[in-house]
Ligand binder design. Sequence first.
Ligand code: HEC
Ligand code: HEC
Ligand code: HEC
Ligand code: HEC
Length: 214
Amino acid sequence: MHRRAVHRRSATYPPVQLTLVVLAASASACQAASAEYFADTDQPRADDASGAALHDTTIELPASLRGVPTGERAPTGAPVVVACGTCHNGEPGALPAQASEVAGPHTGLVVQHGGNTCGSCHDPNRRDRLRLADGQQLELTEAMQLCSQCHGTQRRDYDHGAHGGMAGHWDLARGPRTRNHCIHCHDPHVPAYPRVLPAAPPRDRFFGAGAGHE
Ligand code: HEC
Ligand code: HEC
Ligand code: HEC
Ligand code: HEC
């Protein structure tokens, strides 16, 4: 099937593309050879043929999942946050019906996210926690599980590297990789527009340390 396609198209393909098509065809014919040319190392694999230790993939944690950002930075450069638990310490009770009802430091909150209510994501018994549809509580730091519950397609694309971007090494045998969190780009309350330019965190592909094509 693939080989026939190669023959049919070979007359119109420039030489470089033709080579790739031929490799693809032989790869489907021979799995062992394909690993060499098409190392699909998006996920760490137990059967890494080279036997090399695989480096880690780190998902950067947005500051807003550790508390309310103050706008200040610590000497290390890390954003300073006020932990949610500083003010919230288990206050069971109904969540507000609308964002405009929220007082205190969150005044001016806007929520436009499908038909979701506050309780679709927040735990009514703990202001500093999230929850899944089945009632399971989540720490704020586990927010990606919450997004994935309703956006399985994007999560699958993210896991395959097609959504959400990455920095570092595609081939984990060569070096580590860092990835953005959904919340780096999508405000959980108003997710429609990217929250920041996708290029900023966590490491600049072109100017940062370790830049280069691997
Ligand atoms: C400086 C204190 C402070 C911090 C820090 C803080 N909050 Fe709040 N929060 C409040 C106050 C005050 C209200 C309003 C309470 C009210 O209206 O009864 C509130 C309201 C809320 C509400 C709406 C529920 C309600 O009863 O109005 C949620 C949800 C919430 N906070 C979550 C968080 C999360 C998550 C964090 C951390 C990212 C956080 N808060 C950090 C003080 C704080
Ligand atoms: C789709 C899930 C989702 C919905 C719906 C949602 N929240 Fe949140 N909320 C989050 C997440 C995740 C965070 C913490 C991360 C962040 O703010 O970036 C948060 C943080 C907060 C905070 C603290 C910090 C901040 O962003 O101001 C408040 C207050 C809050 N939510 C109130 C509400 C209220 C009130 C509603 C309903 C009107 C609501 N949220 C609806 C997911 C949600
Ligand atoms: C309880 C289900 C639920 C959860 C949890 C949830 N979403 Fe959504 N999300 C929706 C729905 C419903 C829509 C609207 C879909 C539509 O209009 O087609 C939506 C829309 C979106 C959109 C598209 C917005 C637009 O208008 O183009 C983005 C981006 C998004 N969500 C990101 C997130 C992220 C990031 C999280 C985690 C913080 C999250 N969602 C959590 C249900 C959810
Ligand atoms: C590097 C930034 C970035 C990250 C990280 C990211 N997204 Fe997105 N996302 C985008 C952009 C930009 C769009 C709009 C363009 C598009 O549709 O591809 C988008 C679109 C979406 C949409 C709407 C799709 C549609 O067809 O309307 C959803 C839902 C979504 N993202 C969910 C997620 C979830 C869940 C995560 C985490 C697993 C995530 N995103 C991580 C940048 C990002």
